[in-house]
Design a protein around this ligand. Structure first.
Ligand SMILES: [Zn+2]
Ligand SMILES: [Zn+2]
Length: 275
């Protein structure tokens, strides 16, 4: 199988721009060996504020059915996997997926799920409203909560490990060189080691013009390597024109951090291939 693939793929079932079939056709044109769909799971805070962000419980079933039909229709041309990008704000117990990405896009604050993902202004508003303007407290809280992900399900891929740095190129909410930041990130990685086998080098924020480098930071990638995580390269794609955006940059980052191989998903599970 051609090792070119993307396992972090959004569709019109959530906040992606393209239908699953358009994405399958684009992946075939790019000579991908496989495509894995990972729509956003249902998170109540998105309803009714932004119903297009994630799938409702009903849409989740339709999504699974459609991906399974596409698997059959294109079986002789490309491998198709039905995955999910799970967030711990979801009350649903996800079932029937080929793989799951575990990510968080919000924080649990005094028992309430508060979404922080969005524009730079939104990040700033969350820091000001819930952390008295202390960006470092926001970042360290994020990492502490990220470390709890395995309590919510069985995930294969750890999603955008340091997403709190999304707007680092435009707004300085905290210093990623600071010891407090680095220790919080490393502690989360240590807590997750052995529980989620793979992490993604995620180029999605490059395609969307938020930043010029993938997640995670090189110092994080080196720690993940030390802790035995396998690496997967994804484009967190919301627009099929960017389905392979930054893949070479991602491979370069991995090589610089000591990786010689990445993992791809096959019918037999994840297998290592040379970078
Ligand atoms: Zn995400
Ligand atoms: Zn995503």
């Amino acid at each position: 199988m051609n090792p070119l693939q993307n396992l972090h793929q959004h569709t019109t079932y959530c906040d992606g721009k393209n239908t699953p079939e358009q994405i399958v056709q684009a992946a075939i044109e790019k000579n991908f060996g496989a495509i894995g769909f990972s729509s956003h799971c249902y998170t109540p805070y998105s309803y009714p504020v932004c119903p297009d962000y994630c799938m409702s419980p009903e849409q989740t079933k339709e999504y699974q059915q459609e991906i399974r039909l596409l698997q059959q229709k294109y079986a002789d041309r490309i491998e198709i996997f039905c995955g999910l990008e799970y967030d711990f704000a979801s009350p649903l117990k996800p079932e029937g997926f080929d793989y799951m990405i575990g990510s968080i896009h919000g924080l649990k604050i005094d028992g309430v799920d508060v979404e922080f993902d969005g524009s730079a202004a939104k990040y700033q508003r969350i820091v000001d409203t819930y952390f008295d303007g202390d960006g470092m407290a926001f970042a360290t809280t994020y990492f502490r909560q990220l470390a709890t992900l395995p309590e919510y399900g069985n995930f294969q891929i750890l999603g955008h490990f340091d997403m709190v740095t999304k707007h680092r190129d435009t707004v300085m909410l905290f210093d990623t060189q600071d010891k407090a930041y680095r220790n919080a990130a490393i502690e989360a990685a240590e807590a997750l080691a052995g529980k989620i086998p793979y992490f993604e080098v995620n180029t999605g924020a490059i395609a969307r013009g938020y930043r010029t480098t993938p997640y995670p930071d090189p110092f994080v990638v080196k720690e993940l390597k030390r802790l035995g995580f396998g690496a997967v390269i994804t484009s967190d794609c919301h627009d099929v024109r960017y389905i392979d955006c930054g893949f070479e940059t991602a491979a370069q980052l991995l090589r610089e951090c000591g990786y010689t191989e990445k993992y791809i998903l096959t019918k037999e599970g994840f297998v290592a291939v040379p970078l």
